[in-house]
Design a binder for this molecule. Structure first.
Ligand SMILES: Cc1ncc(COP(=O)(O)O)c(C=O)c1O
Length: 440
């Protein structure tokens, strides 16, 4: 087979999806109602339903789903406890705009148990909003104007945060930036302590916060080194810069998120995705003195009060789903996710060695990235050496074998997955490498 044959097969198994892509594209850019549009060429996969670790498209094709609701459904689709919690809340009202019952304190408590650095929390509807607000809080708290992010770091769709976000080409400034957006952003090279030190020392008097993913997500599921994360904590503390961990993706990484894994307490944390049990829920939180600025009952001589609204932020329906999700993520469940993740990465690397191909897996816990390069992928520059077209071709071939992840080659394991599912994936991967002529 060749890539052309793979695409032919992809098209042939999806006549309804293809027709739907054409119909939907009339009023929806990319034929997609909201997200990025994942499999837009030659047609999108329109999912009819999901259950556990599988989804079915309009044509009745079944997929082992490693995309899992854009990394939100770590407990699988239609998880019974989450369905029950949502159904129960639905009968009492979805949202009131007023605080409702004890859902807010309960979820805040569950997050605090996991991430003790989150002393106070404010819920939002998206990770983008959470990051945007956290940065504004940092600027207000420090009185400084600039913020820093890592090259390759993905933090959602806020203007300056879309620069070098691993989806755009590295040197592109996305269209539509407001005045000053680029100038107010400091870019830091991941995992390069010397270069970061020089930049932060130069910018320290203007720098309000450093926002970063301890484990880079969209940039290939690449963990930063312990030394680098420790260094970031030290240098930000030294200069009164707020350290903000973006744990939108990594909150289900063990019982303590990425901050527990590295043993580093940030000043602020943003989170979302799995925390909302597959509903639109995210949050920013952290130190009481910083978050306290949101409480306008308390006037401080040094600090301003902040008014940050969000119509759907913390709506009861999502809080109920989030509570049901977080309660199920027990140490045993995390151990299972870690185990299937390790099994998957080992399997990919063993397969690559057996076939003598330039494929490699990165990642930790339930997060896995695949890359096609001779270089060892340890950070954003080495991630950029991976041939994205090859990875995309593999992902299309995988879809024809009933497996989906992101077309950039990222996979998130979910709790219903067993080692038999990972074996199924590994067989599909080997076949896919052959399909697109990467193995003779
Ligand atoms: C690390 C990280 N932060 C923030 C976001 C943005 O979240 P949302 O899409 O909910 O705005 C994402 C989305 O993928 C993400 O991966």
């Amino acid at each position: 087979m060749s890539f052309r044959d793979v695409m032919k097969e992809f098209v042939e198994r999806g006549p309804k999806c293809r027709a739907e892509t054409e119909r939907a594209s009339e009023h929806l850019p990319l034929g997609s109602p909201g997200g990025l549009g994942m499999f837009v060429m030659p047609h999108e996969l329109y999912v009819e339903r999901g259950e556990g670790c599988h989804v079915w498209d309009l044509d009745g094709n079944k997929y082992l789903d490693f995309f899992c609701g854009d990394w939100t459904a770590a407990l699988g689709h239609c998880n019974p406890q989450i369905v029950a919690a949502i159904t129960d809340q639905l009968t009492r009202g979805t949202t009131f705009g007023l605080a409702s019952g004890d859902l807010g304190p309960e979820l805040a408590g569950l997050i605090h148990d996991r991430l003790p650095s989150v002393e106070m929390i404010r819920f939002t509807s998206s990770g983008t909003e959470a990051n945007q607000n956290a940065l504004r809080m940092a600027r207000a708290f420090t009185g400084r104007k600039k913020v820093a992010k890592l090259s390759g770091g993905y933090h959602g769709s806020t203007d300056e945060l879309t620069i070098q976000n691993a989806i755009n080409k590295p040197d592109d400034i996305p269209a539509g930036m407001p005045v000053g957006a680029r100038e107010s952003l400091v870019l830091l090279p991941p995992n390069d302590i010397a270069a970061c030190e020089e930049i932060i020392e130069r910018e320290k008097d203007d720098l309000a916060g450093v926002l970063f993913e301890p484990v880079m997500g969209v940039a290939g599921f690449i963990p930063n080194t312990q030394e680098y994360v420790d260094f970031m904590r030290e240098i930000t503390a030294k200069h009164g810069i707020l350290l903000i961990f973006d744990e939108v993706v990594t909150i289900p990484m063990g019982t303590g998120g990425a901050q527990g894994y590295y043993g580093v307490q940030p000043d602020l944390t943003t989170t979302g995705k799995v925390m909302g049990g597959g509903t639109p829920l995210a949050a920013y939180g952290g130190r009481k003195d910083v978050m306290g600025m949101l409480d306008f009952r308390v006037k401080s001589p040094e600090l301003p009060n902040m008014m940050i609204g969000s119509t759907y932020g913390g709506m009861p329906l999502c809080l109920a789903a989030g509570i049901a999700a977080m309660k199920q993520l027990t140490p045993e469940v995390h151990a299972h996710l870690d185990k299937t993740g390790d099994y998957m990465r080992d399997g990919i690397n063993r397969l690559a060695a057996k076939l003598g191909v330039s494929l490699q897996a990165t990642g930790v816990s339930q997060f896995t990235g695949i890359h096609w390069t001779e270089s060892k992928v340890v950070d954003y520059p080495s991630f950029l050496t991976s041939d994205r077209d090859v990875i995309r071709n593999i992902m299309y071939a995988l879809a024809t074998h009933g497996v989906i992840g992101t077309p950039m080659g990222q996979f998130l394991n979910t709790t219903p997955m067993t080692s038999a599912d990972i074996d199924f994936f590994l067989e599909a991967l080997e076949q896919s490498l052959r399909d697109v002529d990467l193995v003779s």
